[in-house]
Write a protein that binds this ligand. Structure first.
Ligand code: HEM
Length: 557
């Protein structure tokens, strides 16, 4: 799940531009930035520079006039503390390529609730369980909306999906469709057999890769596992592997999905400084429109194919697209509109694939880095499952140590560092501070897991810290507990409706991979835990490791 409004600086050009902007004068920026491929002639260079400077001056004058008018009007409301702000840009220039870390350092310096001005947008950030509880539970009605960013408009059918839709009747209806028709317990049970096939396919995929002297690329393996599970459920097809839908279609699918994630996670300065849209120097909006068109064509093709084949009469055989095609629309319409179906297809793909594969890769990386933890996981698997059968979904509740491993992974590497940013619908107060209407809310789950007032030895991967304090064998809860100390699936109105399914994807992949294989690193290689900021936050480099089968050979058939 990559957020359309969160601060991803994964665009090299943008990172470059911003980091240079932070450290250089405007003229230096203009000269460095224009060395890129986007602007080609001296003429264009000069025109752009003059236009940008004029634009900035004009905006500065408007800003100063607006601010002085406000102070004359006697605005007395006390905003939460925060770092000093520049005119026009506010705090945008204080952010680098890992904004969740910048936001965390603001919380360390200014307290648990920090106010930021990002261009012309009010924002708050927090890493504190009590303030998070206030936002997501006590004031859920106020904070459960979403900002309408340009990426959300272009890439989520005008915010017509679930995940990026503002609070309102449309969001409510789309979310109800998800909960009642796509992600209900009954529906998820009907896909159990598909998931069991995919779990076995995962093991066979790794086994096949152990025949080569090269280490296993776990990013590829885990990405294919998540994608196959989702496409089986959604479209009735496996995309990678023996029964794949065809290499061309699979590659096209992956290709657009990645581009979509990238754009959804990108910080587009046009959302914060409207003047930026006049220039759009890196062509972001053009790219958004291009991907919007490709994605839409792809989804339309899926719908047409399903219409051609006709709906299956057997409830158990229906995939998500069949189900969506069979549902009645709003205001007495016979069917949902195609746009609504496409928006939901897109949400399911975006929300379910990256989140689980990124979590799995981090968990594998931390466990392989800590052989003591790997041994303890395998001891548990050997005692609960034994060597003569494979792990099934019904075993997952009994694997308490593995559940602690997943919880610890979410503490250190939450799939989305800021959830999906929320937005307030009206002015309110938190801890006595004024929070204006339309304030963007960045709940920093990455910093919550590293908050030293609630966790000790924050950089140490220690699953045992999540074992029940009373020493009992009661089941370890992975989504949030009452204490709000970790929040992998959020809470309140916007909490993840796919959490039970997401947890099955994560626990099943890990249980199978640790039960069936021993894992180690190639000689002389160390695991690099650098992260890349985005809507989800993967490891910067794909995880490569050596797998050795540990069960009898007939078990892998
Ligand atoms: C390990 C796997 C997963 C993780 C860590 C995860 C996490 C999250 C998070 C943090 C949010 C944002 C909540 C907020 O903004 O307050 C979210 C939203 C959402 N997730 Fe998940 N998710 C996972 C799997 C799934 C799956 C499998 C599905 C569906 C098939 C799904 C569907 C959604 C949807 C539709 C939303 C938007 C909800 C709304 O805005 O009302 N997620 N998820």
């Amino acid at each position: 799940m990559r957020s359309c409004s969160s601060f991803i600086f994964s665009s090299k050009a943008l990172t470059f531009f911003i980091s240079h902007w932070q450290h250089s004068s405007l003229s230096a920026i203009l000269s460095t930035a224009t060395k890129g491929p986007i602007i080609t002639t001296d003429m264009e260079l000069g025109t752009l520079a003059v236009t940008i400077v004029c634009g900035i001056l004009l905006a500065a004058i408007l800003y100063i006039r607006a601010s002085s008018k406000k102070s004359h009007e006697g605005t007395t409301a006390r905003l939460p503390p925060g770092p000093p702000r520049w005119p026009i840009f506010g705090n945008l220039l204080q952010l680098g390529p890992l904004p969740h870390r910048d936001f965390a350092s603001f919380c360390e310096k200014y307290g648990p609730l920090v106010y930021l001005r990002l261009g012309n947008v009010n924002a708050i950030t927090t890493n504190d369980p009590e303030i998070i509880r206030e936002i997501l539970l006590r004031q859920d009605e106020i904070f459960a909306s979403r900002p309408k960013t340009l990426a959300a408009v272009h890439l989520a059918y005008g915010c017509g999906d679930v995940a990026l839709a503002p609070l309102g009747p449309h969001w409510k209806r789309m979310r109800r469709i998800c909960m009642e028709h796509l992600l209900s317990i009954k529906r998820l049970e009907s896909f159990a057999e598909h998931r069991a096939h995919e779990a076995q396919h995962l093991v066979q995929d790794v086994l096949a890769r152990t025949q080569s002297p090269k280490p296993v690329n776990l990013r590829q393996v885990l990405g294919a596992f998540s994608m196959n599970n989702v496409t089986r459920m959604l479209l009735g097809k496996q995309y990678f592997g023996v029964k794949s839908a065809g290499p061309d279609e699979a590659m096209e699918f992956m290709d657009i999905t990645h581009e979509l994630f990238w754009l959804l996670g990108l910080i587009y300065l046009g959302d914060y400084l409207p003047i930026w849209r006049w220039f759009d120097p890196f062509g972001c909006e053009k790219k958004m429109r291009n991907v919007e068109k490709r994605v839409d064509e792809f989804h339309q093709k899926i719908i047409e194919e399903h219409r051609k084949c006709g709906n299956s009469d057997d409830e158990g055989e229906m995939d998500f697209v069949d189900i969506l095609l069979s549902l009645p629309g709003e205001d007495g319409k016979e069917h949902l509109d195609d746009v609504e179906i496409k928006a939901l297809i897109q949400d399911m793909i975006a929300a379910a694939t990256d989140t689980s594969s990124v979590t799995n890769e981090w968990a594998m990386a931390e466990v392989i880095k800590h052989p003591r933890v790997l041994r303890k996981i395998q001891e548990e698997l050997d005692s609960v499952i034994g060597p003569d059968r494979m792990v099934t979904e019904s075993d997952l509740t009994q694997l308490n140590y593995l559940r602690c491993v997943v919880r610890e992974t979410f503490r250190m590497h939450p799939a989305g560092p800021f959830l999906i940013p929320h937005e307030s619908i009206c002015a309110t107060k938190i801890n006595g501070y004024h929070i204006p209407a339309n304030t963007r809310v960045f709940i920093n789950t990455h910093a919550l897991g590293r908050n030293t007032s609630i966790w000790d030895n924050i950089e140490e991967f220690r699953p045992e810290r999540h074992l029940p304090a009373d020493g009992s064998n009661s089941r370890v809860e992975i989504s949030h507990g009452v204490d709000f100390k970790i929040l992998p699936f959020s809470a309140g109105k916007r909490k993840c409706p796919g959490a039970p399914l997401g947890l099955v994807f994560v626990l099943m992949a890990l249980a199978r991979l640790f039960h069936c294989f021993d894992w180690s690193l190639p000689d002389g290689v160390e695991i690099d835990t650098t992260e890349v900021y985005g809507m989800t936050m993967p490891k910067a480099k794909p995880l490569m490791a050596i797998a050795r089968p540990r069960l009898a050979s007939h078990m892998y058939q």
